[in-house]
Structures are given as C-alpha cells and as structure tokens.
Design a protein around this ligand. Structure first.
Ligand SMILES: *[C@@H]1O[C@H](CO)[C@@H](O)[C@H](O)[C@H]1NC(C)=O
Ligand SMILES: *[C@@H]1O[C@H](CO)[C@@H](O)[C@H](O)[C@H]1NC(C)=O
Ligand SMILES: *[C@@H]1O[C@H](CO)[C@@H](O)[C@H](O)[C@H]1NC(C)=O
Ligand SMILES: *[C@@H]1O[C@H](CO)[C@@H](O)[C@H](O)[C@H]1NC(C)=O
Ligand SMILES: *[C@@H]1O[C@H](CO)[C@@H](O)[C@H](O)[C@H]1NC(C)=O
Ligand SMILES: *[C@@H]1O[C@H](CO)[C@@H](O)[C@H](O)[C@H]1NC(C)=O
Ligand SMILES: *[C@@H]1O[C@H](CO)[C@@H](O)[C@H](O)[C@H]1NC(C)=O
Ligand SMILES: *[C@@H]1O[C@H](CO)[C@@H](O)[C@H](O)[C@H]1NC(C)=O
Ligand SMILES: *[C@@H]1O[C@H](CO)[C@@H](O)[C@H](O)[C@H]1NC(C)=O
Ligand SMILES: *[C@@H]1O[C@H](CO)[C@@H](O)[C@H](O)[C@H]1NC(C)=O
Length: 742
C-alpha cells in the first residue's frame, strides 16, 4: 500500500534548482500588473465602493423592474436585455449566450376528490381551484403573466387512486410506511413541503410504486406564529399560497436532463433524472378537504402537523383522488447574460452569479432580490472604474437563466467552458435569494471561512449597530455547500472554490411565500425589507468579497490550512463510527484509483493488501501531513506579502520585481488549484457527474450539503468494500493535494 512518506518540508535542492530555471526561462512571459505608487490601496478601493452604496440605494428600483412581468426560464428576453443594458451602463462589456434546453411549461391541471357511493360508484365531492387568491393590495397577484400551479419537469399524466399521506416524503418517511405495511403501489401520495428537495419526494414515491404526488405547505412548518395575520394584512402565510418548483432529481444530475442523450423521442421518454409520475402543488387551504379523506384510515405513525381537522393518519383513503397534469415539453432557448470587466491579469477571473428566471411573475425574493444586488454591485464598482481603477483580475457578472428547473444556465456555461475555467477561475460567488428574511446565511468552501468573516466585519448590520459578522457569529455558523443553486456545477463538478450568501427567512421574520405569487415586490417592500436595507447590506458585502478576491497580490483569502483541518475533522468523525469488527478485515487496494484530478501529472497509485485499520491510520497520517503542508503554504504567502510590503514593492530593480512576481504567480496558482485535487474522475457512486469527494449535495436531501459523501454513503449502506474504497480515494486525493502544494 502506498502511503506517501513525503514530509512537510518543501522543496529540496533539486526542486529549487528546477524552480530557478523555470524562473529564468519565463521572465519575459509574466503577467504584468501596474503596481505604481499612485495605485489605490485596497482600503481606498473598499471605501470608495462602500461610500457609493451607503450614500445611495437603487436596489428597490431594480427589483421593481424585475418583478412586473412573467420571467419563467426561456420566457423573457426583455429582462435579459435590461440586465445587459445596466451592465454596459456600469462599465462592463455585456454578452448574451443562448442554450437550447429541454423543459416543460404548464398547460392544464386538476385534482378531484371522488367519494364512493353505496352502490360502488364514485361521486365528485371536491375540486380545488389550484389558483392563488388575487389581492387588491398586490398587483402582481392578478392580470397577465400569472404562472399556473405546476412542477418543473413533472410528468404528464391522468391518474386516479386512493390517497396515502407520506409526511415530508423523506427516505425515512417512506421506510417507516413500508415497515408499517402501508403499500404505496398504485396509490397517489400527498406530502408536505420541507426537509428535503421536492424532486426527491417524487423520486421516492415513484420508487415505491406510487402513481402520482401532491405537495402542500403545512402551516406547522412556518416559523411565524400560527395566529399571525395572513398576508396581505400581516406577516403570516396566506392560506391560498402555492409553492411551485422543480421536481427534477437534483442530487443525481443537475443541468439539462437530455444533454447526454441523442435527444430522440425514445431517449427523451426514457430520461432517468426526471419523474415518470405526475405531480402537482396545492395550497394548504385547498389541501385540507383532501387530507380529511384520510381521517379514520390507516395508521398513526406519529406524523404531526398544523391542520387541526386532519389526524395525520396515513390512509389509504376509501375516497379516490384524480390527479391530472398536462405539461408541454419542448426545446427552448434560455439566455445567460454576462458582464465582463477585464483585469490587469485578464486571464484570471472572479465570477459572481445570480439567476434571473422565477417561478412566478414577481419572484421578488427568489431570485430578483439577488438580481437587484448584482446590479448594485455593478453600480458600486462603476464608481471605481470612473476613478481609473482596473482590477487585478477580471470580474465576470453572470445573470443565469433556467436555474429554477435544474440549474440549467449555469451548468450549460460551466460545462461548456470547463477547460478555460480550470485555468482561469479564481472563485465563484453565488447570490440567489439575497433577501427572503433577516438571517444571514453563509455557505462555502472552508478555504473562504476567514474571508467571509473578515469582510462581513466591515459591513454594518441593518438592524443593529454591530457588524454582519458579529451578528452572524451570535446565531449561526458557515455551512458547507450542498445544492439548490448555481454554484453546484462550479463547485461539485469542477472544484472551483465557491461561496453562497443571502439573508434567509427564520424565526421572527414574516413568512416567506416561497415560489408563490406572494413573493412579490409588494410583499418585500412592505414586510420583508422596507427601505431595502438588507439588499443594501448584502450589496456592500458582496462587493467587499469581490474586491478582496480580485485585489490581493497574494491569494491569502485561500486558507488551505482551514481546508485541510476541515477534511481531517470530517474524517476522524466518520472513522469513529466505523464498526469495530471491520477494522481487521482485509482490504485489497484497487489499482484503478487514478489521480482524482485528471489534469495533473504523475498519478499516485498503489496496489497492496492491508487491513482496514492500517488503511485508516495511513490516511489519517496523510491528512495530518496535509495539514502541516497547508499551514506552511499559507505562511509562505504571509511571508511573501511581508517581503513585498517591506522591500520589494519599493525596489527600483525591475528584475527583482519580476522574479518576485514569478514566485507570487506560482504560489497563487497552487492555492487556486488546491481544492481541485479533491476531484475524482470516477465520480460519486450512482451519480458520477459529482466529482468532488469532500462535498456534495446529500443523495437523499438534495439541498443540504454532505461532507465526504462517498464514505458517508458507504457507512449508511453498511458496505465495507465501498468504505475501504472511499478511504483509499481520499488518501490518494490527499497525497495529490500535498504534492500540489510542495
Ligand atoms: C435560439 O438561439 C440560437 C442561437 O443562440 C438562435 O440561432 C436561434 O434562432 C434561437 N431560437 C429561437 C427560436 O429564437
Ligand atoms: C382523465 O381520466 C378520466 C378517466 O380515468 C377521464 O374521465 C377524464 O376525461 C380524463 N381527463 C382528461 C383531461 O383527459
Ligand atoms: C431506456 O432505458 C433503458 C434502461 O435504462 C435502456 O436499457 C434503454 O437502452 C433505453 N432506451 C433508449 C432508447 O434510450
Ligand atoms: C381523529 O381520529 C379519531 C379516532 O379515529 C376520531 O374520533 C376523530 O373524529 C378524528 N378527528 C377528526 C378531525 O376527524
Ligand atoms: C436567443 O434566443 C432568443 C429566443 O429565446 C432570441 O430571441 C434571441 O435572438 C437569441 N439570442 C441570440 C444571441 O442568439
Ligand atoms: C445604536 O447606537 C446608538 C448610538 O450609540 C444608540 O442610540 C442606539 O440605541 C443603538 N441601536 C441599537 C439597535 O443598538
Ligand atoms: C447575541 O445574542 C444575545 C442572546 O440572544 C443577545 O442578547 C445579543 O444582543 C446578541 N448580540 C448581537 C450582536 O446580536
Ligand atoms: C485485530 O487484530 C489485532 C492484532 O492482529 C488484535 O490485537 C485485535 O484483537 C483484533 N481486533 C479484533 C476486533 O478482532
Ligand atoms: C493520470 O490519469 C489520467 C486519467 O486516467 C490519465 O489521463 C493520465 O495520463 C495519467 N497520468 C499519468 C502520468 O499516468
Ligand atoms: C489521526 O491523527 C491525529 C493526529 O495525528 C490523532 O490525534 C488521531 O488519534 C488519529 N486518528 C486515527 C483514527 O488514527
């Protein structure tokens, strides 16, 4: 077995000599950066940017424009043009890019409750409207461009069957039903929203043999008190609100589900990452009579919710439900809009993305609060451009289309330009819902933990006198990335370090009407963010993150030591749960475990026979070495920075500066490429597109992140061979990561 015995000390004599030769031969081919004395310091840049945003706030104006007309994926070129015009106005070079994707649009729908008569016939006793109430106070709840209740990527169908209640429709809920002999074969399943991504609820129902799925929003899952006056009078849930959304199987494969097929009718009817059974969403008001058909039927499995006239028994009902879903599938152009400002090192780029498409005419929180913040970022940066500022790295603003269906625009882009991004991307920052509430949520690569906290400490929280960071640390912690927004392909497929941020709804906030007509300009300006203070704070924060990433001479924002400690931490936590009787079992290490990151040279492989305990110890040792090497790497960046500050920056010798810059470029590239060492070409089990071995979306959750997914799943599945395989893959990846830093 090939435990690396590379020590933490970097560069022996030979390596240094090689480095020196490299330096000599490429002196003339260096990227140049104008570090003249009149250049603005990062503090000055930060101040100019923040002054623009603290003295003016246009977020509400942008938001108003984005939320007045329907903008389902592929359905609104006008807002693409509006976005491009603003990018141009603010000094960015704008570009459109279309991708043809396979998606569905709603045509017709209905749900019917059919009660049995004594003679065995069935009678229609209830038919919900499946329409949200029009509100006088809120103009985007009526008129043209309303989107019917439907699920993106839902299947066509007209099915009639008895009903079963499956709680949240999680893997555990379906297992509990099975244990209690509640057969789902040939039934229609009703599930409440929450817990996991809705597409997985449909997937599990389909796997259990169900014919169709109804999803509703149970009032017990709202964080606002149940007696809160409903919207539009108060902050409570409007009982007629309906949550639309995609039912694609996100944790299996995001992106256009047809892209790896020949797009023939046979192939399209055979896709495995979208449902085969129909589904529809419904409001809780209209779900009540349907749920009541279950009273007195089936078992009480301890499911509890907020509908007082429903006992939360499982069914099956004696009544039958007819579910009819008519959607039209076709190929449609979606349109990404990009805004580029070229940096002095034009071939390195920081990308900031937000999607533009929404499930409803408004879409004020999701996603257009983020779109407004993106334009505020552009406006703030424009003031710097006007003062002659040219960023060190290029900045690319991306307004994605088709996120709601399956991260379509961002995935199309990231896959198409993967090779270029590999060489150029410094990082990806995502803003989806910028403001859905008042609780800051931060998720990202642990490389960026300190960056997030440092920059957040420079922005004042809208409702207190403390900084965003101080408030944040009081109530939360930085999460790992899962899925559910556009960072997914950049991070989990390409290994580009990413961040996702926004103010989320939580305790004390008005109920966020997610994917409903009531996620509107009126709602956000009246209840969620009057005065657009949270939008403004997030725009400041986003700018400070961007500027730090683009301006640092040394990529100190990449804390490889934080990353290495995080990985070692996940590993020891998981290892402590490995069954004791596995430890002495023999492992045959697989030669086929190739370099996780195929763009690199000298793949480290090993073939040997050992016992699991030794493999664990060896991997643990490798991770410890990685921690030391990473610490050393980060210290070297600090050292180079101090050298620059103390002497090199003022040196009059061009050759000194050039040689120094070569060292900087080399070490920055090591930082930039570090996380990619944890990609594994073979991908995760049964979902090979996911290449990142440290982070993925949970296979049974969709949204929530999972650390060391391969090993975690092996333990969940009680599979010794898989556990050993994934420990070995991690070890090889960690060896690569060590090699990449020394
Ligand atoms: C879709 O976009 C492509 C290229 O971007 C364009 O050539 C084509 O005309 C567009 N199709 C439609 C129906 O607009
Ligand atoms: C759905 O199927 C039922 C019979 O099961 C039929 O009566 C009804 O017309 C169908 N609905 C549509 C819209 O095709
Ligand atoms: C449909 O799927 C099955 C099972 O995944 C596969 O064997 C078959 O080749 C597919 N057919 C087409 C036309 O793609
Ligand atoms: C709940 O179940 C109990 C026992 O079956 C029944 O007596 C009661 O009427 C049910 N409640 C409702 C609201 O139907
Ligand atoms: C992109 O597709 C839209 C139709 O959705 C079309 O109007 C537009 O001209 C296309 N743009 C480009 C740049 O091809
Ligand atoms: C903020 O500080 C000012 C002055 O120090 C004080 O009057 C005010 O109460 C503080 N507000 C909050 C929300 O702490
Ligand atoms: C932190 O939380 C405590 C207890 O909830 C609260 O009293 C305090 O005001 C909070 N501080 C900040 C900065 O939010
Ligand atoms: C595993 O093997 C070691 C040494 O070969 C032995 O001391 C230990 O008792 C064994 N553990 C188990 C759980 O069998
Ligand atoms: C490393 O593995 C990749 C992927 O299999 C392969 O393309 C490459 O040639 C290998 N490199 C070496 C030096 O073996
Ligand atoms: C892993 O290494 C650390 C530090 O080197 C040590 O504290 C820990 O006990 C080791 N864990 C295992 C499972 O070997």
């Amino acid at each position: 077995m090939g435990v690396s015995d590379k020590s933490a000390s970097s560069g022996g004599v030979t390596t240094s000599l090689v480095k020196l030769l490299c330096i000599a031969s490429s002196v003339l081919a260096l990227p140049t950066y104008d570090e003249t004395s009149e250049k603005l310091s990062i503090d000055e840049i930060t101040k100019i940017y923040q002054d623009v945003l603290t003295s003016s706030n246009n977020a509400g104006d942008w938001l108003k424009t984005y939320t007045q007309e329907q903008h389902l994926a592929g359905q609104n070129y006008h807002l693409a043009e509006f976005t491009a015009q603003r990018f141009e106005e603010f000094g960015f070079k704008a570009k459109f890019e279309n991708f043809s994707v396979y998606i569905n649009y709603p045509v017709e729908n209905s749900i019917k409750v059919l009660e049995p008569n004594e003679d065995g016939s069935y009678e229609l006793t209830y038919q919900p409207t499946l329409v949200e109430d029009e509100l006088e106070e809120d103009p985007t709840t009526s008129g043209e461009g309303l989107v019917p209740a439907f699920h993106g990527y839902s299947a066509n169908g007209n099915v009639t069957a008895e009903l079963v209640f499956a709680n949240y429709g999680t893997k555990e809920d379906f297992a509990l039903l099975a244990e209690n002999n509640i057969d789902l074969e040939g039934k229609i399943v009703i599930v409440r929203y929450g817990g996991i991504f809705r597409g997985l609820k449909v997937k599990f129902a389909q796997e259990a043999g169900a014919l169709g799925v109804i999803t509703y929003s149970d009032p017990a899952d709202d964080y606002s008190p149940p007696d809160a006056e409903p919207y539009p009078k108060g902050p409570g849930r409007n009982p007629s609100s309906i949550q639309r959304g995609s039912v694609q199987f996100l944790s299996s494969l995001p992106g256009d589900p047809s892209r790896f097929t020949d797009r023939s009718p046979e192939a399209l009817s055979n896709l495995t990452t979208i449902p085969r059974i129909p589904s529809l969403p419904i409001s809780y008001k209209e779900a009540i009579p349907i749920l009541e058909t279950l009273n007195g039927y089936g078992s009480d499995l301890g499911f509890k919710g907020g509908v007082s006239t429903f006992n939360y028994t499982t069914g099956p009902s004696s009544a039958k439900i007819n579910l009819y879903n008519n959607v039209e599938y076709d190929f449609t152009n979606i349109t990404n809009v990009y805004g580029l400002i070229e940096g002095q090192e034009a071939d390195k780029v920081v990308i900031i993305g937000n999607h533009r498409d929404a499930w409803v005419k408004g879409g004020a929180g999701d996603p257009n609060s983020g779109s407004a913040v993106l334009l505020e970022l552009a406006r703030g940066l424009n003031e710097l451009f006007k003062q002659g500022y040219k960023p060190r790295y290029s900045i690319l603003l991306a307004s994605w289309d088709g996120e709601e269906y399956a991260l379509l625009g961002s995935t199309s882009y990231a896959e198409k330009y993967a090779a270029k991004l590999d060489k150029q991307a410094v990082g990806y920052i995502n803003v989806d819902v910028a403001v859905g509430g008042t609780h800051l949520e931060l998720a990202g690569s642990p490389l960026f933990n300190q960056l997030l906290l440092d920059q957040g400490s420079l922005v004042t929280h809208p409702d207190t006198n403390v900084s965003l960071t101080e408030r944040f640390l009081n109530e939360s912690e930085i999460l790992i990335l899962g899925s559910g927004s556009d960072y997914t392909t950049f991070y989990e497929h390409l290994g580009i370090p990413s961040i996702d941020l926004g103010f989320n709804p939580g305790l004390g906030d008005p109920v966020y009407h997610y994917h409903s007509n009531y996620d509107s300009y009126h709602w956000i300006s009246t209840f969620a963010d009057p005065g657009f203070k949270y939008h403004n704070a997030l725009a400041q924060y986003l700018g400070l993150l961007t500027l730090k990433l683009t301006e640092e001479k040394l990529l100190k924002s990449y804390s490889t030591s934080d990353y290495a400690s995080a990985v070692a931490g996940y590993f020891s936590t998981l290892v402590s749960t490995i069954p004791q009787d596995w430890l002495n079992q023999t492992v045959v290490l697989d030669d086929d475990i190739i370099a996780p990151y195929s763009y690199s040279e000298d793949n480290l492989t090993s073939t040997d026979v050992t016992v699991l305990r030794d493999l664990i110890t060896a991997t643990n040792d490798t991770l410890s070495i990685l921690e030391e090497v990473a610490k050393h790497h980060d210290e070297e960046k600090e050292y180079l920075q101090s050298q620059w500050d103390e002497s090199v920056s003022t040196s009059s010798s061009p050759i000194t500066k050039t040689l120094f810059d070569k060292r900087v470029a080399t070490i920055n590239d090591k930082s930039r490429n570090f996380e990619k060492q944890f990609l594994y070409e073979g991908g995760l089990k049964s979902r090979e597109w996911f290449k990142h071995i440290v982070y993925a979306s949970g296979r049974y959750t969709g949204y929530a992140g999972q650390s060391l997914p391969g090993l975690t799943e092996a333990l969940e599945d009680d599979s010794f061979d898989e556990a050993a395989r994934w420990i070995h893959i991690l070890q090889v990846a960690a060896q690569r990561a060590i090699a990449s830093l020394v």
